[in-house]
Design a protein around this ligand. Structure first.
Ligand SMILES: *[C@@H]1O[C@H](CO)[C@@H](O)[C@H](O)[C@H]1NC(C)=O
Ligand SMILES: *[C@@H]1O[C@H](CO)[C@@H](O)[C@H](O)[C@H]1NC(C)=O
Ligand SMILES: *[C@@H]1O[C@H](CO)[C@@H](O)[C@H](O)[C@H]1NC(C)=O
Ligand SMILES: *[C@@H]1O[C@H](CO)[C@@H](O)[C@H](O)[C@H]1NC(C)=O
Ligand SMILES: [Zn+2]
Length: 470
C-alpha cells in the first residue's frame, strides 16, 4: 500500500508540474545569507586588521560608498534593505513613531513592534521568497518576528538581545542544512552600534570592538565551511548605518525656543519629529524655524525631495534636523542620557554610510565598486534568489556588475498573474480537467481510495512560533 500511495502522489506531482504555469519546487535554489552588523561604518574595516573582511573582499566584492536611506536609523534602514523602499514608502519611518490614523505610538523597544499594522505598508523579501515556494529563516532582523502579510519567516527567533551571536549563527546554519532547508536567511547583530554610541566612534576603545566583529565574521565563515555551505552560499555583510562623534559642547536645548505644552516630541535626536498640539502648528514652527544656526527646521511638505521623506502620515508635521555631531534635547537635564556617538543624520554624509562586502558563487571575484544605494540591495537579492521583485525604489541595472556575468540577468520567476488572461484560464481549466479526469479513472481502477490532498506550494507560509534555544 505505501508504495502505491507514493507512486500516486509522485504521479500527481508530475501532472501538476505540467498543468501549472509556475512550478518552482524543481528549480535549483540559490542560497543567500544577509548579515547586518548594526552601526558598522564603512571605514571600520580599514582601522584595525580585519582579516575576515579582507578575505571576503578578496574572494568577492566590496562597495566603497553605500548611500542608505533617510533617516539613517536602525529600523527604517533594516526595512529598506529587505523591501527596496525608502522609509516614506515602507512605513517604518523612525525608531519612534506616531501614526495619527491608527492613533498609536511605536517604539522599537516596545510591544507595538508586534502589531502588524506598522509593517504592512510593505512586504519583506522573506515573505516574497516563501510565496515563490521557498523557505526563509530570520535571526532577530527587525520585523522578522512579526506576522507581515499573514506570514512569519518559515524559521525565526523571537527578538532577544541576550542571545549570543554564535547561537544565532548556529540556528541559521541548522536551518540552511536541515531536512526542509531554507534558501534565504537574515542575521542581525547589535554591535558595533551599542559601543559606538557609548564610546564614540573616534575612541581608541572602538578598535577592540571592531576587531571583535571581525572575529565574529570569522566564526560565521568557519561554521559555514564546517557545514559544507561556504562555497554554495551567497553571503552579504552590510549594516544599516554608520556613526559620528558627538560633543557635549554641541547641544541644542529646545526649551530655550518653544514651550513644551505646545508640542509632543515623537522621535529623538538628531532628526526630531515634532507633533504640534492642535492649533499650535504656526506657533511651534515660527518659534523654531530661525532659532539656531545648527539646526534646520522643515514643515513636512518642505522636506527636500531627494531625502524621500515626506509622503507618509507617520512623518511628523515639523521635523528638526541638526548638523552632524550636534545633539538636540529639551533641556540639559536630559543630557544624563548623553551619548558620545550617534547616527540618524543626513544620508549623504559619509559618516552615516555602512560597510558592504559580499562573496559567493553568484558574486564576482575581487571586484570593487565605487557606489550603490541601499535600495538597490533588494532587486540584487531578488536576482540572486530568482524571485520576482515587488515594486521598489531600487535599480537592478545599477548593481548588476556585482554579479558574475553568466548570472546576469538571472530570469526572475514570472509574477503570478493578478488577473489571469483568457488563454491562461482556459489552459488551466483544461489542465485541471485533464488531471482530475485522469486521476479519477486512475484512482478508481487502481486503489478505490480517496485522492490525497493536493500539495500546496505555500504550506510553509504560516509556521507556528518556534521556541528560542535557551
Ligand atoms: C487617541 O488615543 C488616546 C489614548 O491613547 C485618546 O485619549 C484619544 O481620545 C484618541 N483620539 C482619538 C481621535 O481617537
Ligand atoms: C534571552 O536569551 C537569554 C540567553 O540565551 C536567556 O537566558 C533568556 O532567558 C532569554 N529571555 C527570554 C525572555 O526568552
Ligand atoms: C528640564 O527637563 C526636565 C524633564 O526632562 C524637567 O523636570 C525640568 O523641570 C526641566 N528644567 C527646566 C529648567 O526647564
Ligand atoms: C518608491 O516605490 C514605491 C513603490 O513602487 C512608489 O510608490 C514610490 O513612489 C517610489 N518612490 C520614489 C521616490 O520613486
Ligand atoms: Zn544606534
Amino acid at each position: 500500500m505505501p508504495i502505491i500511495l507514493l507512486s500516486k502522489s509522485y504521479l500527481l506531482c508530475c501532472l501538476l508540474a505540467l498543468a501549472l504555469p509556475c512550478n518552482t519546487w524543481q528549480k535549483e535554489q540559490s542560497k543567500l545569507l544577509l548579515v547586518s552588523f548594526d552601526g558598522f561604518r564603512w571605514d571600520y574595516v580599514n582601522r584595525v586588521p580585519t582579516p575576515n573582511f579582507r578575505a571576503l573582499i578578496e574572494e568577492g566584492v566590496q562597495v566603497e560608498r553605500v548611500e542608505n536611506t533617510y533617516i539613517t536609523k536602525t529600523f527604517p534602514n533594516h526595512y529598506t534593505m529587505v523591501t527596496g523602499l525608502h522609509a516614506e514608502s515602507h512605513g517604518i519611518v523612525a525608531n519612534e513613531m506616531f501614526d495619527p490614523v491608527l492613533n498609536r505610538s511605536f517604539s522599537m523597544d516596545g510591544p507595538e513592534v508586534y502589531d502588524s499594522r506598522w509593517w504592512e505598508e510593505a512586504v519583506p523579501l522573506w515573505v516574497t521568497n516563501q510565496k515563490a515556494g521557498r523557505r526563509s529563516g530570520a535571526a532577530m532582523w527587525p520585523g522578522s518576528d512579526v506576522a507581515i502579510d499573514g506570514s512569519y519567516p518559515s524559521r525565526y527567533m523571537l527578538y532577544n538581545a541576550s542571545v549570543p551571536f554564535e547561537s544565532r549563527v548556529k540556528r541559521l546554519i541548522d536551518w540552511f542544512s536541515g531536512p526542509e532547508p531554507i534558501n534565504f536567511g537574515v542575521l542581525y547583530w547589535e554591535e558595533p552600534d551599542e559601543s559606538g554610541h557609548n564610546l564614540g566612534p573616534e575612541s581608541p576603545l572602538m578598535d577592540v570592538v571592531i576587531a571583535d566583529i571581525d572575529d565574529k565574521l570569522g566564526f560565521l565563515r568557519e561554521e559555514l565551511k564546517r557545514a559544507g555551505l561556504y562555497e554554495q552560499i551567497n553571503l552579504i555583510i552590510t549594516s544599516d548605518h554608520g556613526m559620528t562623534q558627538l560633543s557635549p559642547d554641541k547641544v541644542i536645548e529646545l526649551d530655550n525656543y518653544v514651550r513644551r505644552e505646545w508640542y509632543t516630541w515623537i522621535d529623538k535626536s538628531p532628526v526630531v519629529g515634532i507633533l504640534p498640539r492642535d492649533g499650535y502648528f504656526e506657533e511651534v514652527y515660527s518659534a523654531l524655524v530661525n532659532a539656531n544656526p545648527n539646526m534646520v527646521v522643515y514643515k513636512r511638505e518642505d522636506i527636500p525631495n531627494q531625502l524621500h521623506y515626506k509622503h507618509n502620515v507617520r512623518i511628523m508635521p515639523v521635523i528638526i534636523e541638526v548638523k552632524e555631531g550636534w545633539t538636540v534635547v529639551q533641556n540639559r537635564s536630559d543630557t544624563h542620557t548623553f551619548m558620545l556617538g550617534n547616527h540618524g543624520y543626513d544620508n549623504r554624509l559619509r559618516s552615516m554610510h555602512p560597510v558592504f562586502v559580499a562573496r559567493g558563487p553568484l558574486f564576482r571575484n575581487g571586484y570593487t565598486k565605487a557606489s550603490m544605494r541601499s535600495v538597490d540591495l533588494y532587486p540584487l537579492m531578488c536576482s540572486v534568489l530568482g524571485v520576482h521583485p515587488l515594486p521598489n525604489n531600487g535599480s537592478l541595472a545599477s548593481v548588476l556588475d556585482l554579479l558574475v556575468p553568466t548570472s546576469s540577468p538571472r530570469p526572475p520567476l514570472p509574477p503570478r498573474p493578478a488577473e489571469p488572461s483568457y488563454a491562461w484560464a482556459v489552459g488551466s481549466l483544461l489542465g485541471a480537467a485533464l488531471v482530475v479526469g485522469f486521476l479519477f479513472s486512475f484512482v478508481k481502477q487502481v486503489t478505490q481510495r480517496q485522492l490525497p490532498p493536493l500539495p500546496l506550494a505555500n504550506k510553509e507560509m504560516s509556521q507556528p512560533l518556534l521556541q528560542l534555544r535557551l
